[in-house]
Ligand binder design. Structure first.
Ligand code: BG6
Length: 489
């Protein structure tokens, strides 16, 4: 029996035949069912603009599940139970027609989770119509990113939602917050006094946050070209990682206590003005190259590409947080598509000891680093200095890891996908892992100034070969400070 009890709900999934729903949301709901975390009374109402026969659509969802769920995790009995929870309704999301039927199809009195796996332009109309048919008081609205493409447009969307739903009923997804290791950041920092007492400019010299992907645009050129890597990854995932790394200890685990601390970090981010943008930010775009030994096209040669596009697929930023804790500590952020390796990690570099007594030629290896690995091989590694063993080694130093690899250490425990965690949290009405409106605002505000700076300078992104670690300028960005990106091969 699972250790937690989850009450019954109706999940009204808008965009149920879209890529996200078929790839992530249905498999996540299936996994929750398999883990015994869906109440017997929980039902899923798949909503899509396709108005055809329901049976055909349910078959499509089943086929997607069979394709996505790993063989050892596909249990026919659970699958049958899960499919029996599904119902389908074709609906034009933006007009009122059909919402009355929706209201009749959801279980009376139970909470409704309105999951909007749709473009943000329809969040407002969906909320308006749900309210019009009387569902607002018992509905939690889940909003997928991206919320707008700048501060003005995101405010408009959030305001349209707020007309019908208070913030306490709105769950904005950033799927990075559902990743196990990201949640572990809170445990690591605030359950280990060892780290928290060292967590400031007195002990830490700099921090790196890397989110590198080997994939390219994967048929999403239309969306991606309007967004670019800054809007797609930095505005949300990287800034959330930065906030969780840099925030002050919250006074408790309540959603707003954590979110208040994150907002303080966003507010303290130093603006990067047009005059300094070239020293602090690098934009790149991948050219043709090799990933995993396979030749891949450049961004401008991808299917349906506009060959003149100046959209960035890589960003590196030297950010600073203007507060007492982090004064003078650079946070180097970088993220890109078609990079050498799929890798998401946070590296905390501790300062050198104040006085040095070992052989001078070994000085450069003396450094403690804490590496928090989000993917792949989730885990934590603390790089420490020890003496080499052996009679002939004298006081010869060596740097080695104290390592905790979650998947190897806790072999029996499967690491859940981020969406499983996030769906479970919404079902429990817990907003901890969701982004509050003011976080979105401040994150956009900071990103908007970068976008404005770029467009006023009119520079094109720097080309890097697919399969590399990004443009040479991103190496220069960190070497100018006498440092290098950790672990680049
Ligand atoms: C999404 C972005 O939010 O995150 C994608 O829109 C990106 O472009 C994806 O590929 C990366 O997520 P993950 O979990 O694979 O690191």
């Amino acid at each position: 029996m699972p250790a937690i009890i989850v009450d019954p709900v109706t999940v009204a999934l808008f965009g149920a035949l879209g890529d996200l729903a078929l790839r992530k949301l249905f498999p996540a709901l299936y996994q929750l069912d398999r883990a015994g975390l869906l109440h017997d009374g929980t039902r899923i109402l798949a909503l899509s603009r396709d108005l055809g026969e329901p049976a055909g659509y349910l078959e499509r969802i089943e086929a997607a599940l069979r394709q996505r769920i790993a063989e050892g995790e596909l249990d026919e009995a659970v699958l049958a139970r899960f499919l029996a929870r599904l119902d389908y309704l074709g609906l034009d999301f933006v007009t009122r027609d059909g919402y009355q039927t929706l209201a009749e199809r959801v279980a009376p009195e139970l909470p409704v989770i309105a999951y909007c796996a749709t473009p943000a332009s329809v969040f407002g109309p969906i909320c308006e119509h749900l309210a019009a048919v009387g569902l607002a008081p018992r509905t939690r609205v889940v909003l997928e990113k991206p919320i707008g493409h700048d501060l003005t447009s995101s405010r408009k969307i959030n305001d349209a939602v707020a007309e019908h739903f208070p913030e306490s009923q709105v769950y904005r997804i950033d799927h990075y917050l559902g990743k196990e290791t990201v949640q572990n950041l809170i445990a690591l920092r605030f359950a280990n006094s060892l780290f928290e007492t060292q967590w400031d400019h007195n002990h830490i010299s700099h921090v790196e946050i890397t989110v590198a992907e080997t994939v390219g645009i994967e048929g999403r050129w239309g969306y991606f070209d309007k967004a670019g890597q800054l809007r797609d990854m930095v505005q949300n995932h990287l800034l959330q990682l930065l906030c969780l790394t840099a925030m002050d200890p919250p006074s408790n685990l309540a959603a707003d206590s954590i979110r208040d601390e994150k907002v303080k970090v966003l507010k303290a981010l130093a603006p990067i003005r047009r005059e300094t943008i070239a020293q602090h930010v690098v934009r790149g775009q991948y050219g043709a190259g090799y990933v995993g030994g396979k030749a891949v096209p450049g961004y401008l040669e991808e299917e349906n590409a506009n060959p003149d596009s100046g959209t960035e697929t890589f960003v590196a930023i030297r950010a600073e947080i203007c507060n007492w804790r982090w004064a003078g500590v650079p946070f180097y952020l970088r993220t890109g598509k078609r990079m050498a390796q799929k890798l998401s990690q946070i590296v905390i570099h501790f300062r050198e000891p104040p006085f040095y007594i070992f052989a001078p030629e070994q000085r450069s290896i003396i450094t403690n680093r804490l590496i928090i690995r989000l993917q792949p091989q989730e885990g934590i590694s603390l790089q420490v200095m020890t003496k080499e063993q052996g009679l002939d080694k004298g006081m010869h130093l060596r740097s080695g890891p104290l390592q905790l690899n979650f998947s190897e250490t806790y072999k029996s425990a499967r690491i859940p996908d981020a969406y499983e965690r996030l769906l479970l949290e919404v079902m429990q009405g817990n907003q901890n892992l969701f982004v509050r409106k003011d976080e979105v605002d401040y994150a956009w505000q900071w990103c908007d100034q970068l976008i404005e700076g770029w467009s006023s300078l009119g520079d094109r992104p720097k080309i890097y070969p697919a399969g590399s670690w990004g443009p040479v300028a991103s190496i220069a960005l960190i070497t100018r400070d006498g440092r290098s990106w950790y672990g680049d091969l």
